[in-house]
Design a protein around this ligand. Structure first.
Ligand code: ZN
Length: 270
């Protein structure tokens, strides 16, 4: 089955991973900007990172028949440096016309601090000003429930934000329903052991239905598995779900959501 991974950090993966993903049916992916594992020192460091995301990675992916898209922002982990964050937000429009840029992301909260909220709102303003879609990072573990509520309140507090153009990632059992009920798209991030496993994701699909629900692998620097989406496909087949339902979650839904971006020019492989 062909699939689309809507949230994977390929800058942290090898070219061999691209080959493996292609062999497993991955035909498209989107890569949100994220933390480098250390705080970047200057706006020029972000400019180089955005060049990598908009120029180098799409070429690396294309060698394996994978269409690569991206999202730009400064990560919540670096938002404590408000001055640098503002310089980055000011620089982002240089890249918004690049052909693989889908919007602003992954923005969100990490420790739910005041500075993080300030920078979140300024990213939101940038997205509104340039009519961009938004991809959201919700905090992990004990900060997730409160952080998700704070993020949803900031988004719904501004009537210029259309929830149908916002994807809220890393949802789990206790946050998925509220995200969907408020009209947003929701993404589940699969990790091999910790956090959301393929089994838990299949449970959430059975609880919430497949409407506006996506699944991704994160595939980042930490313990993660870039081929986690095929693991979910297998788990859903094992449970007897139809191929049409599985395809909706791993292929049709991401394409429907991304199609709202003017730069999304995905070519179906069939
Ligand atoms: Zn991420």
């Amino acid at each position: 089955m062909y699939y689309f991974d809507p949230h994977i950090h390929m800058v942290s993966r090898t070219t061999d991973d691209y080959e493996t993903l292609a062999k497993m049916g991955c035909v498209g992916m989107s890569e949100p900007a994220f933390w480098a594992g250390f705080d970047r020192g200057s706006v020029d460091s972000f400019r180089d990172y955005f060049r990598q995301l908009t120029d180098f990675e799409p070429k690396r992916a294309a060698q394996y028949g994978i269409q690569h898209y991206t999202w730009l922002c400064i990560n919540a982990k670096e938002a404590e440096n408000v001055e640098l964050s503002r310089e980055v937000i000011k620089m982002i429009p240089e890249f918004l016309d690049k052909p693989n840029v889908l919007g602003i992301g992954e923005i969100g909260l990490n420790k739910n601090t005041k500075n993080e909220s300030t920078i979140f709102l300024e990213h939101m303003e940038l997205a509104i000003q340039y009519n961009q879609q938004i991809l959201i990072h919700t905090p992990h573990l004990e900060d997730k429930y409160q952080g998700t509520r704070m993020i949803l309140d900031m988004l719904t507090g501004d009537s210029r934000i259309d929830p149908a153009r916002v994807l809220v990632d890393h949802v789990e059992e206790h946050t998925a329903r509220e995200v969907l009920d408020r009209g947003f798209w929701a993404g589940m991030t699969l990790y091999p052991v910790t956090k959301c496993t393929p089994q838990r994701a299949a449970d959430i699909i059975e609880m919430c239905g497949a409407e506006r629900l996506l699944v991704n692998s994160a595939g980042d620097w930490g313990p993660s598995k870039p081929t986690a989406v095929p693991d979910l496909i297998l788990e859903m087949r094992r449970r007897g779900h139809s191929e049409a339902l599985i395809r909706k979650v791993v292929y049709d839904n991401p394409i429907e959501f991304f199609s709202q971006s003017q730069n999304f020019s995905f070519q179906h492989p069939e």
